[in-house]
Design a binder for this molecule. Structure first.
Ligand SMILES: [Zn+2]
Length: 581
């Protein structure tokens, strides 16, 4: 006979009335805690234990029967080796489940269980159990907890101090293959994974889980069973099952507004780690962009309501998630690299190349596959993060997409096109979030970085580039090819000549039919530009971009010639008005 587990089942529906009455008849075997007079159980657990005891007692296998009652002074106890782990109420059936685990010599048996389901009136519904008789192994460990932890260190290469973990529990473990019982140390939630384990596990992304939740673990929490006699690794598995359930958090952002966002519960803390969009936000606390490394963990807070404790981080987290959601839901792209890359945002960043004793760094950039945010002083002297500018964030993250698609060379016209794509998506995403998804562009804002240019003006204006001066004595931004600036500074005018292509995109986004409705919806324009960006080559010109938009439109509206011709007419018209094509 196998030395392993024995299954026990009893379902009130399946059994004959006679058997059911025999099992549930209380007078024949009154348990402790039974009120004899009323013939009722004093509490739900007593009822569950009584039924479990009766089902065990009626079993033909002596090992199972032996679990029914205690022996010696324990004789009156019902299923004394079954330890109650948790209870659960099922709302649809109004029944209650009691989950037990089997112990032997007070040591839990890994994988054993008993679930007893009872009605509101404490009647029996179902018993399902897996129990065992542990043999051939002592209940005393030969090696210490520290030695067992050293085995984990050898396996993972990570030295986790014993003080940092919950003490391991002694547990009996059955090796099915070798049909052998082991006494083991059960280490739970160890922040160290065996080499290659997480990489291997993440290959199975999506299988068996709802598609919206990424199984990518933010931090490993691995359970280990280490033989307490010889230190063999018996089993390890991920505690998190690679699914992190998001926790709804709220907090105040850099603009003073309250936001709701997703975070994670880690221990007693809440972290800016959104498992739905794969967005994590860190605080460099004034550290250097190039010289300092990221903190170990995302920004954490003791409560799910962050209030105004880290406005820069809340804004970066909220805005980063907005851009990521747009990329995914509108463009159908899996993150910046289209391979599910996580979005890492870092706030309170400085740069030694632009030192400023007041802690300012007038920048926000996409670098090394991360979003970095500087900060500047407001009139009241307070440092305020660039993470509050959704248009700038979307602009910077579009540079990331460009890098992973056409990789437009950041010089001269291809560089200006690179900049323009970032402005276009910056404006589309900003208005999508603030005016409304796919809203009429007549209500849109076209300023990039409002207030960040000189004299309270924006950095650039897509609708009217010429209202802004490039710099003292440098003239205004161009809005037509006949004003194209052949210059050497700014990498050949990448932030300047981009305005010509910006104006063409503005023309396209605002083109209306006779009824004043957008000829192309913002969603359609976003898709056209996105596919265009994916197909362009490194040295593409403004004209190449227009041609690619036309080619893409031919595919999108292939099924309707009239519609297709109308859209293509407006694409060409938008570009011709700025002298392209
Ligand atoms: Zn840029």
């Amino acid at each position: 006979m196998s030395k392993g587990f024995k299954k026990v089942r009893f379902n009130a529906e399946d059994e004959s009335k006679i058997k059911l009455r025999k099992i549930t008849k209380r007078s024949a075997s009154l348990p402790q805690g039974t009120d004899k007079k009323l013939d009722k159980f004093n509490n739900d657990e007593t009822a569950a234990r009584f039924y479990l005891s009766r089902v065990f007692e009626e079993d033909e296998r002596s090992i199972v029967r032996g679990l029914s009652r205690g022996s010696g002074s324990q004789q009156s106890k019902l299923v004394p080796d079954m330890q109650l782990i948790r209870t659960q109420t099922i709302p649809s059936t109004k029944t209650k489940l009691f989950h037990f685990e089997q112990t032997q010599d007070t040591i839990p048996i890994f994988g054993s269980n008993a679930v007893v389901e009872i009605t509101q009136n404490r009647g029996l519904v179902d018993v399902s159990s897996k129990v065992a008789d542990v043999e051939g192994v002592t209940a005393f460990p030969f090696i210490s907890q520290r030695d067992a932890l050293k085995v984990i260190k050898d396996l993972t290469g990570i030295d986790v101090p014993i003080e940092a973990i919950q003490p391991p529990e002694l547990t009996f473990f059955y090796d099915e293959k070798k049909e052998k019982w082991h006494l083991s140390y059960f280490f739970k939630k160890i922040p160290a994974a065996p080499k290659g384990f997480l990489e291997e596990s993440s290959k199975y992304k999506g299988i068996g889980y709802s598609s919206g939740i990424s199984p990518k673990p933010f931090d490993p929490q691995i359970n280990y069973l280490i033989d307490a006699n010889d230190g063999t690794v018996l089993l390890f598995y991920s505690e998190t099952h690679f699914v992190k359930i998001p926790v709804q958090c709220e907090g105040i952002g850099a603009l003073g507004k309250s936001h709701k966002f997703w975070g994670s519960a880690i221990g007693n803390d809440y972290e800016l780690a959104d498992p739905i969009s794969d967005v994590r936000t860190y605080d460099l606390k004034g550290g250097d962009l190039i010289k300092d490394s990221l903190p170990d963990k995302p920004v954490a807070n003791a409560k799910s309501n962050w209030e105004d404790s880290n406005k820069a981080a809340v804004s970066a987290h909220v805005n980063g998630s907005k851009v990521y959601n747009f990329i995914k839901s509108v463009l159908g792209r899996e993150g910046i690299d289209d391979k599910g890359m996580e979005l890492t945002s870092v706030v309170n960043v400085t740069c030694f190349k632009q030192p400023d004793p007041s802690g300012q760094w007038h920048n926000a950039c996409w670098r090394e596959n991360k979003m970095w945010y500087g900060q500047h002083k407001l009139a009241n002297g307070e440092l305020c993060s660039y993470s509050r500018f959704l248009d700038i964030i979307a602009h910077e993250m579009t540079h990331g997409i460009t890098k992973h698609t056409s990789d437009l060379l950041y010089k001269d016209q291809s560089g200006a096109l690179n900049e323009s794509f970032s402005d276009i998506f910056g404006i589309i995403i900003y208005n999508w979030e603030t005016v409304g998804p796919d809203s009429s562009t007549q209500q849109w804002t076209w300023e990039i970085g409002p207030g960040l240019g000189g004299n309270g003006l924006p950095l650039r204006d897509m609708s009217n580039p010429k209202r802004i001066e490039i710099g003292p004595g440098l003239g205004v931004y161009p809005d037509h090819m006949d004003q194209y600036k052949y210059i050497t500074y700014d990498n050949g005018g990448v932030h300047i000549n981009s305005s010509i292509h910006n104006k063409a995109a503005y023309n396209l986004l605002t083109a209306t039919d006779q009824n004043g409705k957008n000829v192309l919806t913002p969603r359609e324009v976003a898709l056209l530009y996105y596919f265009c960006l994916c197909k362009l080559n490194k040295l593409a010109t403004f004209k190449d971009a227009m041609d690619e938009l036309v080619e893409t439109a031919k595919i999108i509206w292939k099924g309707n010639k009239q519609l297709r011709d109308e859209k293509i007419y407006h694409i060409k018209n938008a570009y011709q008005r700025v002298g392209i094509g």
